[in-house]
Design a protein around this ligand. Structure first.
Ligand code: ACM
Ligand code: ZN
Length: 666
């Protein structure tokens, strides 16, 4: 009785009252919103009806879904209307009801995401969703007419699960998160130098051995723990279930098997598929760094045919990504068979050898009714089918080049779309594309592209490479989300909303007012602002010397002594036990903190894996003050220090060099 009274009042209020109309904070911004002046009230206990059963199933995680459209409590209606383009939807809120129409599941799904954003944020409360306590509380929204559609059909996010094994449940959470921003492709990077993560039934050893590194694995542990075996792989059943989970969220998974380069893990399990060349293992403590498949070996192609038979049975995507990036041609140049192929065909560039390989991949995939996706280097050979999707990652020029060559191109230049990059110089992350903050991502535009060029742009994609994930997760809680949100949301709007409607200030307002509270409810972290600047650095006069032989010309110890480089100086070989790096100060120094880094600044790689730090107050007697962890150590306040020495305690570091850095003193 009380319920009836309350809802009657609500209906009366909605019929009579007009409100100060506030803009709706929807991301990505819809193409057309017309706000009305009324309030639409959804009563406590309201229900949703959907003419599409799958949509009803999806919505039932969030709402009470009723089976009968005449149910008196039904106030939100999802229905099919054949006239709308794929992925488009209309949403109308008026007269106490909300109606969402689309021509199929993708459009209904997009409409549902807009509905979530115009309801209170607790609609996506992670503590409630999926546990049967569905959202049905009384709420109001302004009357509105939305007509919306994506500018680009491919709105993707790449996830590298090769460098870091990410449990299936975490990938599912990620898929769910990105689906709320109308991302519709997940490019799943399953294989790289560091691991093979997909079960292949005909060659189970690929995942059983290739999915793990460290310990007794033949795959050297890079980026993370050196003294224990770690990793994992995905079974075919897990991946099939992931495909279904994603499809229910309008996301197609495009798997990547990165070939013919980036194949070190594959080569450790099946060395017979690498070029038969010897490598200089004296520099690497016996480790063989070959990572390129032998293009001239027929057995490689029947092996890959078997693999793609299974990959295509798991993933129904029209395109299968076969890599093609950063192939080290030096192995083909020294391979008797590949160099003979080059000579006999009269090639002028080893790019043409890569094209030979890619044409074979094209044939193999065509046998399974699929098309190629590749990184932009593979498109430079020019001969691939123009139905190939080329992922332009190197820079905006490479994207434009691929578009100009007539390839269907996915725009993802690293300077805008690589979400492993740091977001300011005070935050951890990769550095080689400079600072990529949310505003840089949001500024990505195809201004200047001709209509013919735009025809070849399929869409946009963000990339998340995970070399740094384990290390930086120790520095920033929820580093995974911190790197992805809100940059990924900015890219979602770039791909969805037409340029003339996009505005960074307005995007910021919508983020702060509505999207961050929604992410909070979803249990998804994000990076709202850059941290405050840290203390000023000190550069006391110092001389750096070392036992390592140095690699010319990247070996400028003078530059290290003068604190003149962030890149560091390269050695000619990997670490050996008792190698040392010595920093001698002209005058004794006192400091609040000193950070010592070996290897790259942004990643524990090419560093001294096992080592310690010593300090001296007289320049000749040294005492141990710290162990290196991930190649680095932090010293607290010290006074009157004359010298600091880093000592290497074990042979090898998984690389053919080590990098010396200058200390950071504060
Ligand atoms: C890439 O970043 N190597 C595609
Ligand atoms: Zn070869």
């Amino acid at each position: 009785m009380r319920f009836l009274t309350v809802s009657l009042v609500c209906v009366l209020v909605s019929a009579c009252k007009s409100v100060q109309v506030e803009p709706l904070d929807i991301v990505p911004k819809p193409q057309s919103i017309t706000m009305g002046a009324e309030v639409v009230s959804l009563d406590r206990g309201f229900r949703i009806w959907s003419s599409d059963r799958l949509m009803g199933d999806y919505l039932s995680q969030y709402f009470h879904v009723c089976t009968d459209s005449t149910d008196r409590r039904a106030q939100v209606f999802f229905s099919l209307s054949a006239t709308l383009p794929e992925e488009a939807y209309t949403l109308t809120a008026r007269d106490g009801r909300v109606e969402i129409c689309a021509s199929g599941y993708p459009g209904l799904f997009n409409g549902a995401q807009t509905l979530f954003q115009i309801l209170p944020p607790d609609v996506l409360d992670a503590r409630r969703v999926g546990r049967g306590k569905v959202f049905s509380r009384q709420c109001t929204l302004p009357s509105v007419d939305i007509y919306d559609y994506p500018c680009f059909s491919y709105r993707g996010q790449h996830l590298d699960v090769a460098r870091t094994y990410i449990p299936i449940g975490r990938i599912e959470k990620f898929i769910d998160d990105i689906s709320h921003f109308k991302i519709n492709k997940l490019h799943l990077h399953l294989v790289d130098d560091e691991a093979w993560r997909i079960e292949i039934k005909k060659y189970p050893e690929l995942a059983l051995i290739g999915g793990y590194r460290g310990g007794d694995s033949p795959i050297f542990p890079t980026f993370c723990d050196f003294d224990k075996k770690y990793g994992g792989y995905y079974t075919q059943d897990e991946l099939k279930s992931l495909v279904g989970f994603a499809a229910a969220r309008n996301i197609e998974i495009i798997p990547e098997i990165d070939l013919p380069g980036h194949s070190m893990a594959l080569g450790k399990v099946h060395p017979e598929f690498l070029c038969p060349v010897s490598t200089d293992t004296a520099r690497t403590a016996g480790y063989d760094l070959r990572n390129v498949l032998c293009v001239s070996n027929e057995a490689v192609y029947s092996f890959l045919d078997d693999i793609f038979a299974e990959v295509t049975s798991i993933f129904p995507s029209e395109h299968i990504h076969v890599g093609g990036d950063e192939v080290r041609f030096s192995y083909w140049k020294s391979c008797p068979h590949c160099s003979e192929l080059y000579r006999s065909r009269g090639f002028e560039s080893y790019k043409q050898v890569e094209t030979v390989f890619m044409k074979r991949m094209e044939e193999i995939l065509a046998g399974y009714g699929r098309k190629l996706s590749v990184w932009n280097e593979a498109g430079e050979g020019d001969d691939l089918s123009k139905e190939t999707y080329v992922h332009g990652w190197k820079n905006p020029e490479a994207c434009r080049d691929m578009v100009g060559r007539g390839y269907k191109t996915i725009i993802m230049p690293g300077e805008y779309c690589y979400f492993d990059m740091y977001q300011s110089d005070r935050e951890p992350g990769a550095v080689w594309n400079g600072v990529v903050d949310v505003w840089k991502t949001y500024s990505l535009s195809l201004e200047g592209y001709s209509p013919a060029e735009l025809e070849n742009v399929v869409g946009f994609e963000g990339a998340f490479w995970t070399e740094l994930l384990a290390h930086n997760s120790k520095l920033i809680p929820n580093y995974f989300d911190y790197q992805l949100f809100p940059r990924l949301i900015a890219l979602a709007e770039v791909a969805w909303t037409r340029d003339s409607l996009r505005n960074a200030d307005d995007f910021r307002l919508r983020l702060e007012k509505s999207i961050y509270p929604l992410l909070d409810k979803m249990g998804t972290s994000y990076r709202a602002d850059a941290p405050a600047p840290g203390p000023a650095r000190l550069t006391p006069q110092m001389k750096c010397t070392t036992s390592f032989p140095l690699y010319e010309p990247k070996s400028d110890l003078k530059c290290i002594s003068e604190y003149g480089t962030e890149v560091g100086a390269w050695t000619k070989r990997c670490c050996r036990k008792s190698d040392w790096i010595l920093y001698e100060f002209t005058e004794p120094v006192s400091f609040n903190a000193m950070e010592l880094v070996t290897g790259y600044h942004f990643i524990p790689r090419a560093h001294i894996v096992f080592g310690h730090v010593e300090a001296s107050y007289d320049g000749s007697t040294f005492i141990k003050v710290a162990d290196l962890e991930d190649g680095r150590a932090s010293l607290g306040k010290m006074s009157g220090v004359k010298a600091i020495r880093i000592i290497c305690d074990a042979d090898g570091n998984g690389s053919d060099h080590m990098i010396i850095q200058c200390p950071r003193i504060y």
